[in-house]
Design a protein around this ligand. Structure first.
Ligand code: MSP
Length: 526
């Protein structure tokens, strides 16, 4: 087992400002990156921008800018998006950087030397906004099959990559690596597509000027996907002999939207096979968001601005909603009303309430000093059990529930099922709230002979809140850090916590002085 984990977002086009779709992929990667760190892995997390191509050239022209000027302006939005969403990326790549030119040209040369690139003539239907060529069969009524906008007829000299040659090898590869494409349903789609036969792929253009020059072929620039996909290696220093590339490659997980899965699951491994480079371990395709039941579009004026969401609700609530609301991999519908509902009913009323109820009682009954769990456990063990939550089984109950939650989150994260991980955490918090309700510490507090039981109930509740804070850290990093500070004052940052050791029952320190409140998820007023 390697102790490294390399995860990537797609690189985002700079012809427009970031929207919820970009935020979604990046947040999903961030949650995974943070989780892997807590699992003890060294993580490299790359994101960045895709700055070449016709789309950007055209947008720049409209704005009377050079493509470079446009890219320099728009990239700032993407660079600012990462701290706004509390993203923990370790690298940021722009495809206009010299290091990327070196990488793309090197990959091109390798493929050429291996006889997989040849000069031909390209003719087809081209959709400018999608930067995709389509065949006669794919185009209906002169419209792009994915976006429905009009396509143009194009013919020009072009270098081709022998994708057709890789059909069998790809099919073999999918068979040997059943987890390469996830989720399963998407994997079947890709396999069916490859089984249908692959055409060679045009990888250069003479009509385009805004791109990376084809080595030794004046007039040709490298066509978008060959350029864009290579970013995943550029980010690690490819083709230099520095140790970074060896350390991190092959990528463990390329996270992408369902619309760009084919490029990652078919073209990318074929390019790498051709150049004799290891193929990535897996590609996961997530679904798309509609907004209040409608497709998100500029013309409808319903594009969700992630900066706006963060200003209104905070990064934690926004992150939480996106990963909790839909089964990761399926499409979902975004609405602020639902976001508020989720954040209030789960983050504020369940998690925030658990923590604050327990801290409030700790302050009231124990002057805020954490009672010793041993003392409580001892008493409980020697007392006959009449009242379920107070008996040893009662205490064991929450430690068992916590262990179950840790395991469930671990399994969910292995499956890239963020929604399941969050459901398991909320389930744990619900159990803990029920435990408080049924143990009635406010009744125990009235009888001095039940002081140890009272201490144990509060210990168990706070300890469960601590474990919930730990498990929430990949999803709501800021709030988790606050909870962690409230429960373990002066301790290490939650980012440095490790699931294997810090999720063990008993991490809450007896004798520690805790605050009487810890406001982490204020109720969102409608
Ligand atoms: N530049 C290419 C990717 C190259 S990767 C080598 C690109 N860029 S993009 O800016 O158009 O899109 C980036 C990501 O945003 C994609 O993963 C896409 O699926 C995602 N989304 C765009 N709109 C979306 C929604 N409405 N909902 C969810 N994600 C969506 O493609």
């Amino acid at each position: 087992m390697r102790d490294t984990f390399y995860i990537t977002t797609p690189i985002y086009y700079v012809n427009d400002v970031p929207h919820i779709g970009h935020a979604y992929t990046t947040i999903a990667c961030d949650a995974m990156a943070r989780w892997k760190r807590m699992m003890g892995k060294r993580v490299y997390f790359l994101t960045g921008t895709d700055e070449h191509g016709e789309k950007i050239q055209k947008s720049a022209l409209l704005k009377e800018l050079t493509p470079r000027q446009l890219a320099d302006q728009v990239v700032v939005n993407f660079q600012e998006l990462t701290p706004a969403l509390t993203i923990s990326n370790t690298g940021f790549i722009r495809t206009t950087e010299p290091r990327h030119y070196t990488a793309v040209q090197d990959l091109f040369r390798k493929s050429l030397a291996n006889g997989d690139i040849y000069l031909g003539q390209y003719e087809g239907w081209y959709c400018v906004p999608d930067e995709a060529y389509w065949t006669d069969l794919q185009v209906e009524d002169g419209k792009c099959p994915t976006c429905g906008r009009p396509v143009e007829r194009r013919k020009e000299p072009s270098y081709f990559f022998k994708l057709s040659k890789y059909q069998d090898r790809l099919l073999e590869f999918y068979k040997e690596n059943p987890r390469f494409i996830r989720p399963e349903s998407r994997r079947n789609e890709v396999i069916a597509f490859v089984e249908g036969g692959l055409n060679d792929l045009s990888v250069s253009r003479t009509s385009l000027t805004w791109g990376i020059p084809v080595p030794d072929a004046p007039g040709h620039v490298i066509y978008v996907w060959f350029d864009a996909l290579t970013n995943y290696m550029t980010g690690l220093g490819y083709p230099s002999k520095a140790p970074e590339f060896e350390t991190w490659w092959p990528a463990d997980l390329h996270m992408v939207g369902k619309d760009i899965l084919r490029f990652h699951a078919v073209y990318w491994p074929a390019f790498l096979m051709s150049a004799g480079i290891d193929t990535p371990k897996s590609v996961f395709a997530h679904g798309w968001w509609t907004v209040e039941g409608q497709k998100m579009s500029k013309s409808l004026g319903n594009v969700v601005d992630p900066f706006d969401m963060v200003r209104k609700y905070g990064a934690d609530a926004f992150r939480y909603f996106l990963l909790r609301e839909v089964s990761f991999g399926l499409d979902g519908d975004f609405s602020e009303k639902e976001l508020i509902k989720r954040a209030n009913s789960e983050l504020a009323d369940k998690l925030g309430n658990l923590l604050n109820r327990a801290l409030g009682m700790l302050s009231k009954y124990f002057d805020g000093v954490v009672p010793s769990p041993e003392r409580g456990a001892e008493t409980l063990a020697t007392k006959p059990c009449e009242n379920a939550p107070l008996c040893p089984e009662g205490s064991l109950h929450l430690s068992g529930e916590s262990r179950k939650a840790v395991e469930a989150v671990g399994a969910a994260m292995e499956d890239v099922a963020f929604h399941k991980a969050l459901a398991a955490i909320i389930e744990l918090v619900t159990r803990a709230n029920e435990y408080v309700q049924s143990s009635q510490p406010w009744v125990l507090a009235k009888d001095p002979s039940l002081r140890n039981q009272l201490g144990t109930v509060l210990y168990n509740t706070l300890e469960t809140a601590r474990i919930a804070a730990l498990l929430m850290a990949p999803f709501t990093p800021t709030a988790s850090q606050k909870m962690w500070d409230c429960l373990l004052p002066g301790g290490k940052p939650v980012e440095e916590a490790r699931i294997d050791t810090d999720s063990k029952w008993g991490g809450l320190a007896a004798g520690a002085s805790l605050p009487k409140a810890c406001i982490v998820f204020p109720k969102i007023e409608v």
